[in-house]
Design a protein around this ligand. Structure first.
Ligand code: CTP
Length: 403
């Protein structure tokens, strides 16, 4: 549902800024709570007063202004809103976002927010096609930022080309679609596992792996944003818990096994993104192991395969597995999908640059037991998560629209 959402409209300095008045007014008609932040140069094209009147809220321009409301300053606003849309998005603001520059109110909010960001680029077509702008756009897309347009047509500079800001109706439609689709898992319960388990050897050492947890955290975030009540069973990571998600911290594969199995019967969806250690040391030394200069052998015993166990126990749950492979990706993944009885398997070759452990992007294929396969290009883990949640909604017979 779009009504009742809080949207920050960011305006940067381009001639298309005048069109944003219509964006604000259309959002208000849909009962969206609108806040506006403008760059200094945007105020040359349209006055803050116009936007204040249309949004019925104070307009933010200067980082060092007195807060307009007792609790609203840039960080509070960044955390408060459900989405940010920058229209028009100039080449300059996109370059700032791409490199993480924060030197005014709008760019600071854009760096601080964890809400989804939409950009409606608007600029002269030569500026739009400049490799610097295109590289920035690619980077922003890879981070999960959604780009609306630009359209092709007559430009204020008197030329024709690509770079016109999309029409207000289209911008609002995209936001509406995003939020309407975003309730598609309402009433559903989801559990995600993430991170690499740690198998202790002695009080100071463990056997671990290179998983950062990013993929699982992104999936938990999107499931939660899509309305599912979401539990994240997480091995140790440095990542913050996504807002609204319940985190159950675990360390070892056995602890993960217990936590997942205990919750499984109540779940509608389980996504096993964790890198689970297949083996653990047979014995846990009570004291730190001392070196004695000789070879040492550590006996390992197998851990339970959590996903395979879920595949056995599953009734109506949608079960998603991952396959991290370093060779024969599709053949190994296909075999894992059938052996573990999952509804969808996400296969990734962790040796590819831009994929797998530690990377912020991933290159994956979705495999289905009916033989269907979807191959995706390199994209941010958040975008992979959005595509996955869209498929989960399909598998649950819910409408999608999360992409
Ligand atoms: N998995 C699990 N429990 C384990 C091992 C793996 O639940 N003890 C899950 C992972 O979370 C992932 C899937 O099984 O969803 C595949 O993990 P992967 O490490 O790719 O495969 P393995 O089953 O461990 O097989 P192999 O090590 O032979 O590649």
């Amino acid at each position: 549902m779009f009504a009742g959402k809080k949207v920050l409209v960011g305006i940067s300095g381009g001639i298309a800024a005048y069109k944003v008045a219509e964006v604000v007014s259309r959002l208000r008609k849909l009962n969206v709570e609108v806040h506006v932040a403008m760059t200094k140069s945007a105020t040359e094209f349209i006055t803050p007063l116009t936007l204040r009147s249309l949004s019925a809220n104070p307009v933010y321009v200067d980082l060092f202004d007195e807060p307009k409301l007792w609790n609203v300053e840039h960080i509070a606003l960044a955390e408060y809103v459900d989405a940010v849309v920058v229209a028009p998005a100039t080449a300059n603001i996109m370059a700032k976002m791409s490199t993480g520059l924060a030197d005014d109110f709008l760019s600071t909010v854009l760096l601080a927010t964890r809400a989804p960001i939409f950009l409606a680029p608007a600029m002269n077509h030569a500026m739009y096609h400049h490799p610097a702008t295109q590289e920035n756009l690619t980077r922003l897309r890879e981070r999960g930022i959604k780009i609306i347009g630009p359209a092709v047509g007559f430009q204020a500079c008197g030329t024709e080309g690509e770079g016109r800001m999309s029409e207000a109706a289209e911008i609002v439609e995209r936001l509406d679609q995003f939020f309407s689709g975003s309730d598609c898992l309402k009433g559903k319960r989801a559990l995600v596992t993430a991170g690499g388990t740690q198998e202790p050897l002695d009080p100071v050492r463990f056997l671990g792996n290179r998983s950062s947890g990013r993929m699982g955290y992104a999936i938990a975030q999107v499931l939660q944003e899509s309305g599912a009540e979401t539990i994240l069973v997480s091995a140790p990571t440095d990542l913050p818990t996504p807002p609204g998600v319940t985190r159950v911290p675990v360390q070892t594969a056995l602890e993960m096994y217990e936590a997942v199995l205990a919750n499984f019967p109540k779940m509608d969806v389980v996504v096993k993104a964790a890198a689970v250690a297949d083996y653990r040391p047979a014995a846990l030394a009570e004291q730190k192991l001392k070196k004695d200069g000789t070879n040492r052998t550590i006996e390992l015993v197998p851990n339970p395969d959590i996903l395979a166990e879920l595949g056995q126990q599953k009734t109506s749950q949608v079960l998603i597995g991952f396959a991290a492979e370093t060779e024969n990706l599709l053949a190994n993944a296909q075999e894992k999908m059938l052996r573990k009885n999952v509804n969808l398997l996400v296969a990734n070759d962790v040796t590819k640059p831009g994929a797998g452990f530690g990377s912020i992007t991933n290159i994956v294929s979705f495999l289905f037991p009916d033989g269907r396969r979807i191959d995706f290009p390199q994209m941010s883990k958040l975008e992979v998560a959005r595509n996955l949640v869209s498929e989960i909604a399909n598998l649950l017979g819910r409408n999608k629209g999360v992409k």
